[in-house]
Design a protein around this ligand. Structure first.
Ligand code: FPP
Length: 247
């Protein structure tokens, strides 16, 4: 179930970090320079989220479709990921932030997988704050993987086909142990989901901001939360029903 909105601070924010390329283009710089700046924003936003009391933050860092980008950009992004993981390890440990990933990470370059495993291992005991990186992630791929795993469990006799409720099926998603996002933010003015957390965002509020990801800061995060607080999350109920439930 989505989490309660009582504290007015979302428990989980998911972000589609968009606009790195345009940020670079506006300055006559190579696209990779935009991604480089985007990495700095990741640090700023992860720190800001923790300071604001947001327990989970999920960042869409590399999609299954991103492999189709120019080879130079793909290898540049993998290099940045490796650099980020090496650089952030101490910061994550200092701030007690656990790193999780969602996506087919077994298809990432070996050096990136190694760094991911190292950081995940070093932060696995932390429970208060969680950073989730979506890497080689696609929502449709996730559903296909979950369906396969569920079918295998039925074949093995550990699940029954008749028990295939949403709740049971969701235990096979990459996000099985992660609460659903309360708020989804997309930067750069685009207003679409781009195959990100399609199942998990069924009841999430969505905020689209024109700010390009390299320019996104703590104030922009706060503005998205302010917008979230103006919304009424009804989960299919009427306003009147909601009022009586919250009494
Ligand atoms: C979208 O901007 C951004 C990406 C596809 C990659 C996001 C990656 C980073 C912020 C850096 C690496 C991440 C981590 C966690 C180290 P775009 O390139 O689609 O921008 P555009 O739409 O303006 O071209």
């Amino acid at each position: 179930m989505p989490s309660e909105n009582s504290a007015q601070i979302p428990q989980h924010i998911a972000i589609i970090m968009d606009g790195n390329g345009r940020w670079a283009k506006q300055r006559g710089l190579p696209r990779l320079e935009g991604h480089r700046r985007g990495v700095e924003t990741v640090r700023t936003v992860v720190d800001a989220a923790r300071e604001l009391g947001i327990r989970y933050i999920t960042l869409y860092a590399f999609s299954v479709e991103n492999w189709k980008r120019p080879t130079e950009e793909v290898s540049g992004l993998m290099g940045l990921l490796d650099y980020f993981l090496k650089r952030e390890l101490n910061n994550l440990i200092k701030n007690k932030v656990r790193l999780l990933t969602i996506g087919r990470t077994d298809q990432l370059p070996a050096n990136v997988q190694r760094e991911l495993n190292r950081v995940k291992e070093a932060t696995k005991e932390f429970t208060e704050w969680t950073l989730v990186l979506a890497l080689n992630y696609g929502a449709r791929t996730e559903v296909a993987d979950a369906a396969k795993a569920y079918a295998a469990a039925v074949q093995a006799g550990t699940e029954k086909l008749d028990d295939a409720s949403w709740e049971n099926f969701a235990r096979y998603l990459y996000t099985a142990d992660i609460p659903e996002p309360d708020l989804l933010v997309r930067t750069s003015g685009e207003q679409r989901m781009s195959n990100f957390l399609l199942m998990q965002c069924a009841y999430s509020e969505m905020v689209f901001t024109p700010v390009l990801w390299p320019d996104f800061g703590k104030d922009d995060l706060q503005a998205a939360i302010d917008e979230y607080n103006k919304r009424e999350r009804r989960y299919g109920l009427t306003t009147e029903q909601l009022k009586s439930v919250s009494k």
